[in-house]
Write a protein that binds this ligand. Structure first.
Ligand code: SF4
Ligand code: SF4
Length: 346
């Protein structure tokens, strides 16, 4: 590590005012909930606390999980395929998904929190990890960990590491704008393409998530999308047609979409998603998008990458194992020259 020197022109003063004092309460401006928090209490996410004259992030430096993962596990299939990324999460979430796969850390913030790390230490750890491209903020909802992610990502970028966020996208435009300056790649959940689902199953609204997706696409940062398919809730053919057409027209048909298989978790006890449903929705989305994948599943559908122009097979995936084929050193299809992986280590 060459020292903590920041080349990024971030307006810290502006970002320190991610809140507004109104009488005894403080309004948090980080996400579209705009919680008005009483003194000594936290907002919906459970980690942003009214400390009298400001909001404190009580999980700054507090880690719930830490693992060197294949980048495919995020999932990101078009960002340095075949490499690892040091992945880290904390506690809390600003959504209340009744199907949460990580409810033990997202819906529960321990009473006693111990800061295990610092931005500097995490960056040092990332440097010493094997075949590692950088740092991913994931597991619980990272956007509510804003200050810690911002501080860490600034140093990571200065040190030549890549930065990733796996998020529900429920964040206001100003803080997201700051994150797009220091985060290289995002996987954002688009949990359904109907607001009734969002209101009923997540406790949030869909429109701010769509706005975040557009903002990230416009920023030019790498973007992939995940939709967990829950039987009877978001597995309608028409809805997938509308969703994939919207992604193509508003974000670009080259944005990868991951359709992920649901397994019963937390409050939801429905059976897991049938393979037929995933295959059917895959076929619909693939009519509108260049790259559609099926995740959490051992079916053959939606595992590999083919060139969208000449159909040459580019990548074969078996679980998180990746076999890269027919690519030149710049991540282009060797047959027709189409750019497949902008971010690529030959
Ligand atoms: S980040 Fe947390 S405290 Fe702030 S508005 Fe969102 S849920 Fe409320
Ligand atoms: S947004 Fe993600 S972490 Fe938060 S409750 Fe929903 S599934 Fe869990």
């Amino acid at each position: 590590m060459t020292g903590i020197f920041c080349n990024f022109d971030i307006d810290f003063k502006k970002m320190e005012s991610l809140f507004k004092i109104s009488g005894e309460k403080i309004e948090c401006l980080l996400c579209p909930h705009f919680c008005k928090i009483a003194k000594g209490k936290t907002g919906i996410c459970g980690v942003r606390k009214n400390a009298g004259d400001k909001i404190d992030l009580i999980t700054y430096g507090v880690i719930s999980g830490y693992s060197l993962d294949p980048v495919e596990k995020k999932p990101l299939y078009h960002f340095f395929p075949g490499q690892n990324i040091l992945s880290v999460g904390s506690y809390g979430c600003n959504m209340r998904c009744d199907f949460c796969q990580n409810c033990n850390i997202s819906q529960h913030v321990p009473d006693r929190l111990i800061a295990d790390t610092t931005p500097e230490k995490l960056v040092l750890d990332a440097h010493s990890a094997d075949k590692n491209i950088g740092l991913a903020f994931t597991y619980n909802e990272p956007s509510i960990w804003f200050e810690f992610i911002r501080d860490t990502a600034i140093i990571a970028k200065d040190e030549g590491l890549s930065t990733v966020m796996v998020s529900n996208g429920y964040i206001n435009p100003d803080p997201l704008n700051e994150l797009t300056r220091v985060i290289d790649a995002f996987n954002i959940d688009l949990k359904a393409f109907n607001n009734i689902f969002y209101k009923k199953l997540t406790g949030a609204e869909m429109e701010p998530v769509k706005s975040s997706l557009k903002q990230i696409a416009e920023s030019g940062k790498h973007l992939e999308i995940t939709t967990l398919i829950i039987p009877g809730q978001n597995d309608d053919d028409k809805e997938m047609e509308l969703q994939s057409k919207w992604i193509a027209s508003e974000l670009g048909k080259g944005v990868p979409l991951h359709l992920s298989r649901f397994f019963p978790r937390y409050h939801r006890t429905d059976p897991s998603t049938p393979q037929d449903t995933l295959s059917r929705l895959y076929s619909i989305a693939a009519q509108n998008l260049d790259y559609v994948y099926v995740g959490n599943s051992n079916s053959d559908t939606g595992q590999n990458t083919s060139c969208p122009v000449c159909s040459t097979i580019i990548t074969i995936r078996t679980g998180y194992q990746v076999k890269l084929l027919n690519l030149n050193a710049k991540g282009r299809c060797i047959n027709c020259g189409t750019l497949i992986y902008k971010n690529f280590t030959p």
